[in-house]
Design a protein around this ligand. Structure first.
Ligand SMILES: [Zn+2]
Ligand SMILES: [Zn+2]
Length: 218
């Protein structure tokens, strides 16, 4: 699939910058420059359990007229989850490793995407189980079908699609980039142009998304 990133509806939903995510090689300036060069008009960030980079990213993206949707990745007993929204108070309650925050969810100003479900929890060590879908139903708005950081077979992708169906959740894609070359390797096409953080969340909750791959090795 050769989707044009300059298509205003395509967004990379999963990215890490250094030093907020120690595992990443991308600094915030490189990240913003790369997103800008790709012609994207909306960007997000999903560092591990921290909003440390978000203030700087917001300023840098604003200078480029790119809409910035803050996010955080959390590693729980059920695997890794991406939380998106402009509610800083909520995002600041999250940490890199914690129990899934059932008591704080669901809420209209936060979208929750289950990242690479079959790969389990990167920091928590959680191992995937089919039983998790029953526990998570109603709390997860999207499931990440494409992720370039993990080697996902066609069989795994089919299985991940079925998890999204069982949850009645949107299907998304994100590069999970830790180096500049991987940015936009996988992404998500929104049905409508994203005009605000709330609109972004609504489109995920309404399942108005399709996972896309540009130069993913899968
Ligand atoms: Zn992860
Ligand atoms: Zn990640």
């Amino acid at each position: 699939m050769n989707d044009r990133i300059s298509d205003k509806k395509i967004i990379d939903l999963h990215a890490h910058t250094y030093p907020a995510s120690k595992c990443s090689l991308i600094d915030p300036y490189e990240y913003v420059t790369a997103i800008y060069k790709e012609g994207a008009v909306v960007a997000t960030i999903t560092n591990h359990g921290t909003t440390l980079a978000n203030h700087m990213l917001k300023i840098l993206f604003e200078q480029k007229n790119i809409l910035f949707i803050p996010g955080v990745e959390v590693s729980t007993q059920y695997g890794d989850f991406l939380f998106y929204g402009s509610n800083e108070e909520f995002l600041n309650k999250l940490s890199a490793r914690m129990d899934f925050p059932f008591s704080l969810l669901p809420r209209p100003d936060i979208a929750v995407v289950w990242a690479h479900p079959l790969m389990g929890g990167g920091m928590s060590g959680a191992v995937y189980s089919d039983s998790y879908t029953d526990v998570l139903r109603g709390y997860v708005d999207g499931v990440e079908i494409y992720n370039s950081h993990y080697d996902m077979s066609a069989q795994s992708i089919e299985k991940t699609r079925s998890i999204a169906e069982l949850l009645g959740a949107a299907k998304t894609g994100g590069s999970d980039c830790h180096d500049v070359e991987s940015i936009f390797a996988c992404a998500t096409r929104f049905d409508h142009e994203v005009t605000s953080a709330i609109n972004f969340i609504e489109q995920i909750k309404n399942r108005n998304t399709t996972p896309v791959r540009n130069h993913c090795n899968i």
